[in-house]
Write a new protein. Structure first.
Length: 271
């Protein structure tokens, strides 16, 4: 449901699913972790508040699309469907269940829709979502929609549609707004990840170096003609949009006989 490519493909004479599995998605990163688990990108605001205000002013989530009425999924002659891979065949180990776990996340659209029905309508938990959403233990403290969202089993538009209907049929309050607010956070992080990924790939072209100098004076009662010890480190300075910034020298020094409790900091343009 709410899958526009599938809806369009279903209108064709033949439509069948092709699952492409890239083995690289199941490799580990250099640090040993498993990989699996309305703006142009460059125009994404650097602050979430600016992003949210523009979205709320100019955009509204459209209703989710329906499901195809029928799909002609007969495979062409000579084409074999093949086997659905298992976790073991992909080099992953199945996880054992811990009896202490209070949450279960079965996959699929059916399970995702059941969670929507349970949390919003059956248990009526959307009414108090803002007050309880940061709870970590009880299954219904927060919505727990994330696993199904992340795997495409339900869409953000589907959740927004349930929230609108809930506001019409039951109550509209801060909690119902906050559910949409959190979905905006999710979109914002996706956009920011994209822009930062783009920035990282161009780091070598757009980086200027700057120096942070930490000045530590000599100990108390030390002759004033003794050289002052210094430490230096090279850092890269760029703003969030990836554009270059002017170099800066940050200097921090301890006042004589005053201790570290009284300090002065200066930001000076680099020579």
């Amino acid at each position: 449901m709410d899958h526009e490519p599938l809806l369009r493909a279903a209108a064709a004479d033949q439509c069948f699913a092709v699952q492409c599995i890239d083995p690289r998605q199941f490799e580990t990163t250099a640090l040993g972790f498993h990989r699996t688990g309305p703006f142009e990108i460059a125009d994404t605001p650097e602050l979430f508040t600016d992003f949210r205000k523009q979205i709320e002013k100019h955009c509204e989530a459209r209703p989710p699309l329906g499901e195809p009425s029928q799909i002609n999924c007969e495979l062409p002659e000579g084409l074999e469907a093949g086997e659905i891979p298992t976790l073991n065949s992909l080099g992953l180990l199945s996880q054992s269940k811990d009896d202490r776990c209070l949450n279960r996340f079965p996959g699929g659209q059916t399970a995702g829709n059941q969670r929507l029905q349970e949390y919003i309508w059956d248990e009526d938990r959307l009414r108090v979502y803002k007050q309880t959403r940061n709870g970590m233990l009880a299954p219904n403290d927060s919505s727990k929609f994330s696993p199904w969202l992340a795997h495409g089993c339900i869409s953000a538009r589907t959740i927004a549609d349930h929230v609108r209907r809930y506001e019409d049929e039951r109550v509209e309050n801060k909690s119902t707004y906050w559910m949409i607010f959190e979905l905006l956070w999710r979109d914002y992080f996706r956009w920011i990840t994209r822009i930062q990924s783009w920035t990282s790939s161009n780091r070598q072209k757009k980086t200027k170096r700057s120096t942070i100098r930490l000045v530590q004076p000599a100990a108390e009662n030390q002759p004033s003609n003794r050289p002052t010890e210094t430490m230096s480190a090279q850092i890269n300075i760029r703003n969030a949009s990836g554009s270059e910034t002017s170099p800066r020298v940050l200097s921090r020094e301890r006042l004589p006989n005053r201790g570290w409790s009284r300090t002065k900091s200066r930001v000076l343009a680099a020579a």
